[in-house]
Design a protein around this ligand. Sequence first.
Ligand SMILES: [Zn+2]
Length: 302
Amino acid sequence: MNNRCIFCLKKTACSTEHIIPESIGGSMTIKSVCVNCNSQIGSNIDGPFINSFYVSLQRSAFDIKGKSGGVPKPFGGVGLTTEGCKVRLDDDLTPIVLPSVEETNTADGGILLKMVFDKSDESCLSKEGLKKVSRTLKKMYPDMADVEIKSKAESILEKAYKQMIESTSSATCKYQFTIDIAVMRLEYIKIAYEIAFYLFGYDYVEQSSTALTLRQAVNEHQTEPLVQVTLSPDRMNELFPESDNHIVVVLNGNAYVRLFGLPALVLFEESDARFMCPVDKARVFSFNFKDRTYTEESFALG
Ligand SMILES: [Zn+2]
């Protein structure tokens, strides 16, 4: 379908753009963004926002599946036990010790192998351990036949198994939690601009000077110092309590956007009353991210 793209303003084939990204449960769409701009928005604006730690954490907590059907796992990476063993977290946040084999030379010319593995993964000892012990034996006895090395390695492991020490030390995984304000600002600006277009159409896109500023911010993914974005919850949290929803409230020339409880106010129209919602006719959009529905209503906030 040929339409005018609200970002590059070219009349060209347009695709479906989700005002609130689909991956965080948005279902409201506009069909006025060209394929190219849509993909730019995906990689420069929606993508970084959706993949941020905070949003991944929320999607994981609320089990919100992305386009590919998966829920992100915010707790990747590796932690340490109090004894210095590496651990990773499985899906239900149980620490799993990562297998390791440490080789040291002893004073009497021998080799000491220290093997660490998770109790839930005993096959690891036979697989990884056998490999490592065989390799060490091969180094010590280069002329020994492979069959012999294998049987010697097996008997060493058998003895080691009997002397195994079970450790119950606790594990600590450290995760850094940051909110990149620039990433947030761009997402919220994009949403405010698209909502303003949804409400006021191409007149807003073509005639509002503030629209031009917002569009430039999205196109160049640059928000400083052009767009007024205030990180302030003000009265909105009282009026619209937080539940399984994202909220966009359009009041005068401002869009109050709250995604997963993170609020911001974006100025999308400074002076032209045609592109504003007066206090007795504020527009309220509520997006339920659990069942992917949304409602739109007028609201008197006076
Ligand atoms: Zn475009």
